[in-house]
Design a protein around this ligand. Structure first.
Ligand SMILES: [Zn+2]
Length: 318
């Protein structure tokens, strides 16, 4: 058995002083505290060490190894994370979706985060979705509002029922053409009418990504369009993978021993076959547990969320 704690981060920012203090983000001070906790209880390892360790004759990882991963290519990572990791001489692994970097588009999932951070009460959004569903019910054959709410609102690790319903309905459940339009309407009504401008603030550009590489950080694939890759047919999966590899190559990332981080944790057998044929070394999921790299498929390693670890150095190891 060889345990490895892989921690997943998304937004990391000085939240209280920011324009969106209600955003579900990790407050920068808590991130600092978490790094201090990690320093006391773990050995932070590089992605290159992990890639070597999963080979049959690989060099084992040090005791209590931990890998830091940052999804979605936020500017937060360049502005706030990079300096703190560099200070400690630690490597982070960063996973930007190509489309947000190249096309300067805001991902639907991010639009929704900022919509939720901008309204005083998520029930406003539930009512908005209900009324749009009423109008589109016949066209898309939608179920009754309350039935959908009952199905989607429960069982979330972090969200209240209204927020969980809005997220699930608008990220996945409603037909794509319908939910994309709804998210766009909400984004321009509550957040910004200039998506390009917002994207330029929210995400790193190729310049910052190259800066990460120059500082010794690791960059891997998070697909192009941030799709649930297990919902695509094989041809579309191939395009997502190959286009993201082309994008990374332009940044200067090698096609040998590259790493895939599945958007929303979604993967299937067809995708795994494509990844193997292209020499993918490691795949990161959103399944929540500590990895055992002697037993796990290296293309399906589980991760913990930052919320699963303490955020101060004083906390005992768990
Ligand atoms: Zn993502």
């Amino acid at each position: 058995m060889q345990n490895l704690t892989i921690v997943m981060y998304h937004y990391v920012r000085p939240l209280a002083d920011s324009r969106y203090p209600e955003l579900k983000a990790l407050e920068l001070d808590r991130f600092r505290g978490q790094l201090a906790h990690i320093d006391r209880h773990y050995h932070v390892v590089d992605m290159e060490q992990l890639i070597a360790a999963v080979r049959p004759d690989g060099e084992p990882l040090p005791e209590n190894p931990l890998l830091l991963t940052f999804d979605d290519g936020y500017m937060d990572h360049f502005e706030h994370v990079l300096p703190l990791l560099s200070e400690r001489g630690w490597q982070g692994s960063f996973f930007p979706p190509a489309c947000s970097v190249v096309d300067r588009r805001v991902l639907d999932v991010n639009k929704l985060h900022f919509v939720l951070a901008s309204v005083s009460d998520p029930e406003i959004l539930v009512k908005y979705v209900y009324s749009a569903m009423n109008e589109a019910r016949d066209r898309f054959g939608l179920e009754a509002n309350e039935a959908m709410f009952a199905r989607l609102a429960g069982d979330s690790r972090y969200d209240d029922p209204c927020t969980a319903f809005v997220k699930r309905a608008l990220q996945r459940e409603l037909p794509e053409a319908f939910r994309t339009t709804l998210v766009d309407e909400l984004f321009s009504q509550y957040v910004s009418s200039d998506e390009q401008d917002f994207a330029a603030e929210l995400y790193m550009s190729e310049k910052e990504l190259t800066g990460l590489l120059d500082a010794g950080m690791f960059i891997g694939s998070h697909g192009c369009q941030h799709y649930w890759l297990n919902s695509l047919d094989r041809q579309a999966q191939i395009e997502e993978v190959d286009n993201s590899l082309d994008f990374m190559e332009r940044l200067g990332v090698s096609r040998k021993d590259w790493v895939m981080c599945y958007p929303y944790g979604g993967y299937d057998e067809s995708l795994l076959g494509i990844l193997r044929s292209r020499g993918c070394a490691i795949g990161l999921t959103t399944e929540v547990r500590v990895a055992d790299i002697d037993r796990c498929d290296p293309l399906a390693l589980p991760r913990l969320d930052t919320n699963d670890l303490p955020t101060s150095a004083a906390s005992a190891a768990e």
